[in-house]
Design a protein around this ligand. Sequence first.
Ligand code: AP5
Ligand code: MG
Length: 217
Amino acid sequence: MKFVVLMGGPGAGKGTQAKQLEEALSLPQIATGDLFREHLRNKSELGELARTFMDKGELVPDEVTVAMVKDRLSRPDCAHGALMDGFPRTVPQAEAFERLLHEMGEQVSIAPYIHVASEVLLQRLAGRWTCKTCGHVYHVLFNPPQKEGVCDLDGGELYQRDDDTEETQKRRIEVYFKQTAPLLDYYRNKGMLAEINGEQSIDQVQNDLIEAIRNSH
Ligand code: AP5
Ligand code: MG
């Protein structure tokens, strides 16, 4: 089994890469941000709770997030592992994830860190458009769809996320450096961190990720 923890700031390309890696590695993407947004669309209680944090760019409490991930990991498509996108995001989440995997007789295989400078993160978030139906991610300048507002893959409508206002983007980057960046040392100390240059083309980042993941245990 392979459990890959994709690390990187908001806009680093975790979602973009995970969507492509799903096919290349036959592993499902587990994106906690996407799961919260799905709950929100379904108007569930969890979705409403998550919204109050997401709209401000703050993290949803650990226990809520961990319970949701535990449930997701129990589905059959995770039988060979998973690509974790945006989870764990705090040291307590990483510890809880380790315990969950331990119960399954597993551990994190690799934690690739997609490194992108803060000013580039902001440019990327500002131009992002996402498909409402399949979640594929575009950028007005760096990765535009063939037809404006329409997904190349399934013709779905493209939208801009509610938390992609300028103020919330800045806050998410701050929260990332304060609460998530300490996780880099956590995985570095365990010999699991793989640094990837995220300021290359999407395909080049993908190649570097595949190589690092294939070489992991
Ligand atoms: P989440 O949805 O995870 O948002 P995020 O971490 O802010 O990350 P993003 O999705 O914004 O960025 P990404 O790295 O996926 O970049 P993308 O591929 O889209 O979380 C949202 C919220 O949910 C959080 O704020 C929090 O409230 C809550 N939450 C989620 N998980 C949680 C957890 N574990 N605990 C607690 N709370 C949690 O790419 C960005 C843009 O760049 C796109 O337009 C793309 O086309 C472009 N791009 C990508 N790669 C390249 C490239 N190589 N070159 C040029 N452009 C590129
Ligand atoms: Mg994402």
